[in-house]
Each structure stands twice: as structure tokens, then as C-alpha cells.
Design a binder for this molecule. Structure first.
Ligand SMILES: NC(=O)c1ccc[n+]([C@@H]2O[C@H](COP(=O)([O-])OP(=O)(O)OC[C@H]3O[C@@H](n4cnc5c(N)ncnc54)[C@H](O)[C@@H]3O)[C@@H](O)[C@H]2O)c1
Length: 259
């Protein structure tokens, strides 16, 4: 794993969606960069525990704790964030990354249940997490938040109107929070990955050759991104090295969306 040393030194860090994929890579990357404590949160409690155990087993000075949480449940999110601050006296960094994908659908075939679920997990959750993280970060006088959007946060993903809307929403929420909290020492940015080799995209492609071809057409360099490549950007955005970067949406896709 490539790394730049000293980025996240001595921080208390929360990563959601950290049982696998980009979140898991980021949790490990924060530990490699010297985070004091990494809270590994996911609706998949066993997966979160496995990530935390792997971090604790690594020869880094970071410690990790697993939390089973559904990020669409405000009471659970508030309890998680309050619990971190109770235990560690602060929350320095949050990577709000949990998300889902869904099968492709024509616009007029997309039913309200699927729309509601997508918006809840991929957009409302980011609002809920930030609402409670910002409360503590403002009280302690600073912090850094990174939200996971997507290339679909700036262009439409074919057959994914609900995913596109949710990820565009994350870009807007990121700007809104950054603007409101900049003068209180809090930075809020978004990372916008291109196609990344994770369990999510493998499930999305399944054995559908047409979807595989569609995704391959967007890849730069003949391959998807690795989860580590996205995680490293998120960790940098959260670090003091990006101390004057605020309200930005950083596309990480090798240049596929350059126009
Ligand atoms: N993989 C890609 O190509 C790609 C591209 C752009 C953006 N993204 C975004 O990156 C983020 C991470 O995706 P990934 O590819 O690593 O997917 P993944 O499925 O590998 O990991 C997502 C994690 O989020 C967790 N999660 C789902 N719903 C949750 C909930 N309600 N509460 C708590 N945790 C929940 C899952 O259990 C899983 O561990 C998502 O927001 C996704 O939309 C992924």
C-alpha cells in the first residue's frame, strides 16, 4: 500500500461503511498514517469487527473499535458519535462513506421504495452523520469531514437516476456544511471515485456483460481503481496537509471525467 507519512497523526477517526471496500481500505490507511484511534462503523457488525481486528493486529500504533450502526437511523448515529466523544473526549476526523448501489432501471420504471432506500442510505445518512459530527467538532473548535460521493455526483450514471440524485446531493451537502462551518475550524470535502474494485461494484456487474462493458468504457488505464487509491485521497483530504482545502469535490478516476 503506497502511503505518505504523517498525514493523520494522533487523530480520533470515524469511518462508516468500513466493513469492506473503500471504507475498509480507508480505516486501514488512517491507521497506517498514525491515527490514534479508528472507529470502524458498518451495518455489518461482523465485517466491522474483522476490519478493527485487522487494524489492531497490524504493527501500527493505532487502536480500532468496531461499531454496528445503520447510518439511516438518527438515534443510532447520534449514539455512535456521542459514544466516541464520551470515550475519546473528541472526534477529529469523519469519513462518511457508507453507501449502496442498486440495479439499473429506466427512469419511469423506478419505484418509490427503491428511490427512498437509495436516498436514505446514500444521502440522508450523510446529513445525519454530519449533523452529529459537526455538533461535536464545533464544540471542540475544529475537525475534518470527508464524504463519499461518486463520479455520479457530477454526471449522470446511466440507468441510475436515484444514485445520481443522491450523489449530486452529497456534493451539495458538502458545500453547505463547508460554508457554514469554515470559520469554526471545520473542513468538509467530498471524494468522488470512479469505478472502484470493491464488493459493491462486483455485485453491481454480476454476470452482466453489458454492464461490465459499460464500466470498462469509463476506466482509464484498462482497469478499475483500487480501494486503496480512493482511500489515500480521502485520508489526504482529512489530513492537516489539506488544511486550506474546503468545500471541494475531488474526482478520483484517473481522468475519465476530464472535459
Ligand atoms: N465502488 C465504486 O465503483 C464506487 C464508485 C463511486 C462511489 N462509490 C461509493 O463509495 C462508497 C463505498 O462503496 P464501496 O464500493 O466500498 O462499497 P461496498 O459495498 O464494498 O462497501 C460499502 C459498505 O457500506 C456498508 N453499508 C451499507 N449500508 C449501510 C448502512 N445503512 N449503514 C451502515 N453501513 C452501511 C456496507 O455494509 C459495506 O460494508 C459508497 O458510498 C459508494 O456509493 C463507490
Amino acid at each position: 500500500m503506497a502511503s505518505v507519512s504523517g498525514l493523520a497523526l494522533d487523530k480520533v477517526v470515524l469511518v462508516t461503511g468500513a466493513a469492506g471496500g473503500i471504507g475498509q481500505a480507508a480505516a486501514r490507511q488512517f491507521a497506517v498514517q498514525g491515527a490514534a484511534h479508528v472507529v470502524v462503523a458498518d451495518i455489518d457488525g461482523d465485517g466491522a469487527r474483522a476490519t478493527a481486528e485487522a487494524i489492531d493486529a497490524d504493527a501500527t500504533r493505532s487502536q480500532a473499535t468496531a461499531v454496528a450502526v445503520d447510518v439511516t437511523d438518527e438515534a443510532a448515529v447520534a449514539a455512535m458519535v456521542d459514544g466516541i466523544v464520551d470515550r475519546h473526549r473528541r472526534l477529529d476526523v469523519a469519513f462518511n462513506n457508507a453507501g449502496i448501489s442498486d440495479a439499473m432501471s429506466e427512469f419511469d420504471q423506478l419505484d418509490l421504495t427503491r428511490w427512498d432506500r437509495m436516498i436514505a442510505v446514500n444521502l440522508t445518512s450523510v446529513f445525519l452523520c454530519m449533523k452529529h459530527e459537526l455538533r461535536h467538532m464545533a464544540a471542540q473548535g475544529g475537525g475534518a469531514i470527508v464524504n463519499t460521493s461518486s463520479g455520479a455526483g457530477v454526471v449522470a450514471a446511466p440507468g441510475q437516476p436515484h444514485y445520481t440524485a443522491a450523489k449530486h446531493g452529497v456534493v451539495g451537502l458538502t458545500k453547505a456544511a463547508a460554508q457554514e462551518y469554515a470559520r469554526r475550524g471545520i473542513r468538509v470535502n467530498a471524494v468522488l471515485p470512479g469505478s472502484t474494485d470493491t464488493p459493491m461494484i462486483r455485485r453491481f456487474i454480476g454476470d452482466n456483460a453489458d454492464i461490465a462493458k459499460l464500466i470498462a468504457a469509463t476506466n482509464i488505464g484498462g482497469r478499475m481503481l483500487t480501494a486503496d487509491e480512493v482511500a489515500e485521497t480521502a485520508v489526504w483530504l482529512a489530513s492537516d496537509a489539506a488544511g486550506m482545502v474546503n468545500g471541494q469535490s475531488l474526482i478520483v478516476d484517473g481522468g475519465g471525467l476530464v472535459r
